[in-house]
Design a protein around this ligand. Sequence first.
Ligand code: F6P
Length: 359
Amino acid sequence: VKRLGILTGGGDAPGLNAVIRAVAKVAESAGAELYGFLDGYSGLIRGNYRKMEKRDISGLLHRGGTMLGTNNRDNPFNFPVQEGDEVVYKDMSDAALENLEKLRIDRLVVIGGDGSLAIARELTRKGAKIIGVPKTIDNDMQGTDQTFGFDTAVTTATEALDKLHTTAESHHRVMVLELMGRYAGWIALYSGVAGGADVILIPEIPWKMEKVAEKILSRQKEGKPFSIIVVAEGAKTPEGEKIIRETIKGSGDPVRLGGISYRIADMVEKVTGFESRATILGHVQRGGSPSPFDRILATRYGEAAGMLALAGEYGKMVSLRNGIITWVAFEDIPQGCRTVPPDHQLIKAARNIGISFGD
Ligand code: F6P
């Protein structure tokens, strides 16, 4: 009997359960067993797992989050270990490999973002046999055209923008909506366009307050005394400062971004005289039921990962290229985050319909 393993790593994203379900269904049809490691890589290191039964995956498709649990701190190569009163960080990657061997897992499916899949690549170099599935609401992964979770996040952000519009209009205010995306502006760009934003500020395009003010004041002249600004959390201030809310020890992600919208709201009030309010949408963007698009993408990724695993392949990430599901070798995935190209077609279209990028 073939034995597959599966884990979800990093921040959650709508569609994780849909991937798990698809892998489980493919495994079941082939008569293979599936073992789910709990809470990301820590389950693999500590040997915390559950054998997945048919009943475990029923009702899973539309459920947000991950039934396996996840975390974005525990890196096997830099793993927190309690020693007396102290927590020390140690390379525990051998323990991960030993557990795979002990359980006789033939192939491991890792559903994760760039952090978790970089770890998967390192473990593969040490001998683990892993298939990766790209996940993140940020849509910033190299090696694929789109990650699952992004479409749902954009939908949630667009709904928020629709709601902010009515209150902005009623109070003649400028509303600033801060969206996730880490160092990339994908969520801000897509939901800004979908939600009819007047200004979109993203990390990829340096901006100036005068230009933002110009847009707000020209709208006022047109008889529209309210505006909507969408800002990506990773956008810098006009002075080039990144707003960091927290520095996280031991994390694959060493900083937590957030708070730029308050700075912008204050600047807007000062420069334009318009009353302004900031909203940070936060983790709402990561929660809830996946959109139909994300359910389909997650299902396609899960099916492809399961089939690759059963075929004995490894060291590959499933990927979406021009609408087709394919795969890319871990070693061929470029390093770093996939940011929005400043000449992206949607940016050009947005500019042509009058959206300002503050530049
Ligand atoms: O990568 C997903 C993401 O939601 C980013 O958009 C955000 O910067 C980060 O994770 C937040 O991390 P945490 O859940 O640890 O606060």
